[in-house]
Ligand binder design. Structure first.
Ligand SMILES: [Zn+2]
Length: 315
């Protein structure tokens, strides 16, 4: 786990910056597909835990032959088609998961805060919070999977960087914090993170696999970023695993777990941890949520040939 070269991560985080830095034109979503895509939120239960997923929009990523490093563009398009989604571009949805348990709300990642690109930020713009029954002022626990901009920008106000959740404790993997706050790290949201996070008093770093808050256990799934972390929530015999970005959209990367997305900083490590947690989830019959899995962005997996098949929850 510790044999990662910083250089490898720096180069790859620059590649990820292409995704989030908006240094290329982003297509505007058509009104018709925006309407179809905007499902707002879904709710379902895992044991006694109520799970709420809020839809933050979609990035219609123009095709780029470098997106999947070890698959051709033709194979990517064929997989999109086979997965029942458009092959005109790569549709990458954003979906924020929250849980309600024992009178407490835990939010996993923050959404894009309507700051990244025109088709994201629906949670803030539509006030999905209210519809989903969550009062943002009452969110006191936020747990972060990793520091890519689409996961943390919703913590910070546009222009001023003022905290959007000043009353919340924000729990972050220490390895992720160390990497992104190191001045040697550039690309993605690095500069903003370096300017903002060290000034906030409500960030709590954690190491190891002890519960971050009661009932929320971290699982190190490094690779996508140096400290990328998933979370296990148990209720009786039922399990929910909040994957974060262990994998991107199911049509491509659940079906083909060996495909390496350009966003993965250490693709080999990301793949190894992806396969490990997928197999564990199947063995434990766990429900998984993926930040880029759409709506509902949750379900179970089963083995399917050389890959996996995603079976969405009924929500
Ligand atoms: Zn992401």
């Amino acid at each position: 786990m510790n044999s990662i070269s910083r250089r490898g991560f720096v180069i790859s985080s620059a590649a990820a910056g292409v995704m989030f830095g908006l240094n290329r034109p982003v297509e505007f979503i058509s009104p018709a597909s925006a309407q179809k895509a905007d499902k707002g939120f879904v709710k379902f239960k895992v044991g006694d835990v109520e799970v709420i997923q809020m839809y933050d929009g979609v990035w219609e990523k123009p095709h780029d032959p470098g997106f999947v490093k070890n698959a051709s563009l033709d194979d990517v398009k064929a997989a999109l088609k086979a997965g029942g989604v458009t092959d005109a571009h790569v549709p990458i949805p954003f979906t924020v998961t929250a849980i309600k348990s024992k009178g407490r709300i835990v939010l996993f990642d923050s959404g894009t805060g309507a700051q990244l690109q025109p088709t994201a930020g629906l949670i803030a713009r539509n006030n999905t919070w209210k519809a989903a029954g969550i009062d943002p002022a009452k969110v006191t626990i936020i747990v972060i999977t990793h520091f890519h901009a689409d996961h943390i920008t919703g913590l910070m106000a546009k222009d001023t960087n003022a905290p959007i959740f000043p009353n919340a404790e924000i729990h972050v993997p220490a390895a992720e914090y160390r990497f992104w706050t190191n001045p040697a790290t550039t690309g993605g949201a690095a500069k903003r993170i370096q300017a903002v996070f060290p000034t906030w008093k409500n960030i709590r770093q954690f190491d190891g696999d002890k519960d971050v808050v009661a009932g929320v256990k971290p699982i190190a799934t490094y690779g996508h970023t140096p400290g990328h972390t998933s979370y296990l929530i148990s209720s009786g015999k039922r399990q929910l695993i909040v994957l974060g970005d262990v994998t991107n959209i199911p049509a491509l990367f659940v079906r083909n777990p060996g495909w390496h997305a350009a966003f993965d900083a250490d693709a080999q490590m990301a793949e190894a941890n992806r396969r490990k947690i997928f197999d564990r989830a199947i063995a434990d019959k766990a429900t998984l949520t993926g930040y880029h899995w759409g709506m509902p962005g949750a379900g179970t997996l089963k083995k399917d040939g050389n890959g996996y098949a995603f079976v969405p929850v009924k929500a």
